[in-house]
Design a protein around this ligand. Structure first.
Ligand code: SF4
Length: 419
């Protein structure tokens, strides 16, 4: 039985920004609308109770089947293509190196983060399993099927890492443990290490410890917003969402204790209204604590509360990407860098020749995240086109080529040296 629904996301009028950065005043989220009672908490999916049959591909005209973690998880389109569950090709890459999993429930995530395609306000017009997230669809797949495929030959798997993304849901912790346990029962975490993208709002220190005891390698916290004000505006009271900056920091510091140096970190989205100085000061703080930052370029996710706002201008993004790489991997410090009166980087605080070498190497402009098997500063989590279209790449999911570096230099306003 299936039921055709007209679930639509209204299109919003766009705010344009002709500046070379996204200032705080421009980046104001919309207020979430009211959700009709009959759409709340995944009611239609639970009431119709359609049994799932294998893989479910997001389809906004079909009522989603009743799928729940830990039996079911969602995975990124890139991971589904790499696993062979979905057909398709990705510009510039043969596969993704990270198996990104997302817990799934008919009620979906109970938070309402302004930039997120999974946010609660979307239940008004889209079942949870049909929501786009970081620009792509997330097919729902039985966890046992994923494990069966990967367990055939973990040593030679294209995946260098697996990551479980928790969402804000009362079952999130227990199901994360269950998914992790299922995985480590069959797959040696030394062959494919596991990262946890946590949901601090509902977590205790004992929960963090449990993920470590069950075999997780790296624990990350999605701060996403670079300052407490921005956090509150985009993830807290500003959008009727439950998250608190202080709780996120509390859990991140627990992770630092439990997982140790270089085994914890924070996600940060660049261009939601913070200055370049503010985000780089945070990057430095994380490095000083022994952790890493994993960066995303803000992209207005369709259906989110800020889908009418401009994506981060490429010059702002490139400056932050480059400076962050220097702080994380080249021992540069934010105090040595110089900023203008709007907080934009004007000097990276290292010799011009060294800067030129780092730019030409190109690694600074690749997607950042938990490492894979190539080298420490190359992320397994390459999230192909999660923060930009292939026509104007923000985070390169592959090693940038000469023509890409030329473009990056233009965006940075650092011309190619004439020899
Ligand atoms: S908690 Fe995570 S998944 Fe939920 S709305 Fe916020 S960013 Fe999205």
């Amino acid at each position: 039985m299936s039921c055709i629904e007209q679930k639509t996301t209204p299109s919003q009028s766009k705010v344009t920004n002709h500046l070379d950065h996204n200032p705080f005043e421009v980046m104001e989220p919309r207020t979430p609308g009211r959700t009709p009672v009959d759409r709340k908490n995944g009611k239609p999916v639970k009431a119709n109770d359609i049994p799932p049959q294998g893989v479910y591909l997001p389809n906004n005209n079909i009522l989603a089947p009743h799928m729940k973690s830990p039996e079911y998880v969602q995975l990124s389109t890139a991971a589904a293509i790499t696993l062979g569950i979905m057909g398709g090709r990705m510009y510039g890459c043969e596969c993704t190196r990270c198996l990104n999993l997302l817990l799934t429930y008919p009620e979906g995530c109970r938070a309402n983060c302004a930039y997120c395609g999974l946010a609660r306000h979307r239940e008004a017009d889209r079942d949870y399993a049909d929501r786009n997230f970081i620009r792509v669809d997330w097919p729902a797949v039985p966890m046992a099927d994923i494990i069966d495929i990967v367990a055939k030959d973990p040593e030679n798997s294209p995946f260098h890492r697996m990551c479980i993304s928790m969402i804000t849901h009362p079952r999130s912790e227990q199901d994360t443990f269950a998914v992790l346990e299922q995985w480590t029962d069959r797959i040696d975490p030394d062959a494919i290490p596991v990262s946890i993208l946590s949901n601090p709002t509902t977590m205790t220190r004992a929960d963090v410890q449990r993920t470590k005891d069950l075999g997780a390698d790296i624990f990350t916290v999605a701060l996403d917003a670079a300052t407490p004000e921005l956090f509150d505006r985009t993830r807290g009271k500003g959008v009727q969402s439950p998250h608190k900056w202080s709780k996120y920091w509390e859990v991140m510091l627990e992770a630092r204790d439990i997982f140790g140096p270089h085994k914890f970190g924070a996600h940060i989205i660049v261009g939601m209204g913070e200055t370049e100085f503010e985000v780089l000061r945070l990057v430095q703080e994380l490095v000083d604590l022994g952790g890493h930052s994993h960066m995303f370029c803000f992209f207005p996710e369709q259906g989110s509360l800020i889908d009418h706002l401009p994506a981060t201008p490429r010059d702002q993004w490139r400056r932050v990407q480059l400076a962050r790489y220097l702080i994380d991997y080249r021992d540069a410090r934010v105090e040595q860098m110089r900023f203008d009166d709007q907080g934009r980087v004007t000097d990276y605080g290292i010799a011009k020749s060294e800067l030129a070498d780092v730019i030409d190497e190109g690694i600074a402009f690749r997607t950042s995240g938990c490492p894979g098997k190539f080298q420490d500063d190359i992320s397994a989590c390459d999230r192909p086109y999660g923060d930009s279209p292939p026509s104007n790449i923000a985070s390169y999911p592959f090693q940038p080529k000469k023509k890409d570096i030329k473009r990056i230099r233009k965006q940075l306003d650092i011309p190619v040296a004439v020899e």
